[in-house]
Design a protein around this ligand. Structure first.
Ligand code: ASP
Length: 329
């Protein structure tokens, strides 16, 4: 029988309601959660590891890097067929994407969590965990990169985002949909993700900020980032990748200081392109040296930029990491 390692990290899957605060807090250990996945011993040998027990807004990029190293070490063990990471769903997509970018191993790595705590009717932790275990032992999941498994759906970590704050089907891959499903314990893939990347680094540059464009926004947030010594700034622009005109001076100041600026869209679906030629339009941004981040949401573009800055500060190299195969460079 195959052996699966489960690395527990808190989040709602580990929570129950504390009667004093009358709200959910992390409290269950990995062993207590596994005990609720009844009958799983017929499918796999489980080894559990309690890596952390925090709500996912507590998780920092440095924590994610430590987790990546931890998962890599488990994957390097011959006796382990796949690794599951449990995580709070709020920042799950950031951790899953960082793992996907930094881990190069054909064995399945599955990230899962829960939308309802163990104190709620319809706690989805055990069902999500059993689907993740079925995926971790399936040969079909090998070589697919890090997968996010909730609600019987398998999404690529590089595509997925949390799209609903309460639904059991909170995780979506905008524009593309899931890679596959887990149905009746069977893992079925309908498509593959061909644009996954690997960034070979053990260093992360955390001085990277995210600014979302809103109507009438000016350069104040950008100037603040410059003053704080940021190495990179991700801008969630409007639509096809445009910013209000008063941001242009700030972006110029940032670029002149050698700060790497990456542009993505605040739209849920679609990618950025230099379609528009007016002040603040994508054409001007591209000519100024802003890097285009395809269809990534800002929080994931930030993860990619932090890892890219971990291996190089050369803007050309970072541009290549973001744009190769996606834009004419
Ligand atoms: N706030 C929780 C967390 O991210 C939500 C969850 O786990 O679903 O830790």
């Amino acid at each position: 029988m195959k052996k699966v390692a489960i690395v527990f990290n808190g989040g709602t899957i580990s929570m129950k309601v504390d009667p004093r605060v009358q709200a959910a807090v992390p409290s269950l250990s990995g062993e207590e959660i596994i005990a609720m996945v009844t009958g799983i011993e017929k499918y796999a040998n489980i080894e559990s590891y309690n890596f952390s027990n925090v709500p996912s807004p507590f998780v920092t990029p440095d924590d994610m890097m430590k987790l990546s190293k931890y998962v890599k070490d488990l994957l390097n063990r011959d006796d382990i067929s796949g690794v599951i990471v449990t995580h709070g769903t709020d920042s799950l997509e950031e951790t899953a994407y960082l793992l996907d970018l930094t881990i190069k191993n054909n064995k399945p790595v599955i990230v899962t969590g829960a939308m309802r705590s163990s104190s709620e009717l319809g706690y989805d932790g055990p069902a999500n965990l059993s689907a993740a275990i079925c995926t971790a032992i399936s040969t079909e999941a090998c070589g697919k990169g890090v997968l996010v498994c909730l609600n019987g759906e398998l999404n690529s970590a590089s595509e997925v985002t949390k799209a609903n704050s309460m639904s059991l089907s909170a995780f979506r891959s905008p524009g593309f949909g899931p890679l596959g499903i887990v149905d009746n314990n069977q893992v079925i893939f309908y498509r593959d993700n061909l644009t996954r990347h690997h960034i070979d680094t053990e260093i992360i540059e955390t001085k990277v900020s995210l600014i979302k464009c809103v109507s009438g926004i000016d350069s104040r947030f950008i100037d603040f980032c410059i003053d704080q010594g940021d190495e990179g700034i991700v801008i969630e622009g409007m639509g096809r990748g445009n910013v209000p005109p008063k941001m242009i001076d700030g972006i110029k100041r940032a670029l002149n200081k050698g700060i790497v600026v990456v542009l993505v869209s605040r739209c849920f679906e679609g990618r950025v392109l230099d379609t528009y030629g007016y002040t603040g339009g994508g054409k001007q941004l591209r000519n100024m040296g802003v890097i285009f981040g395809d269809n990534l949401p800002g929080q994931k573009a930030r993860i990619k930029l932090m890892l890219s800055l971990g291996i190089t500060s050369d803007v050309k190299e970072i541009k290549e990491i973001f744009e190769k195969g996606l834009y004419n460079i």
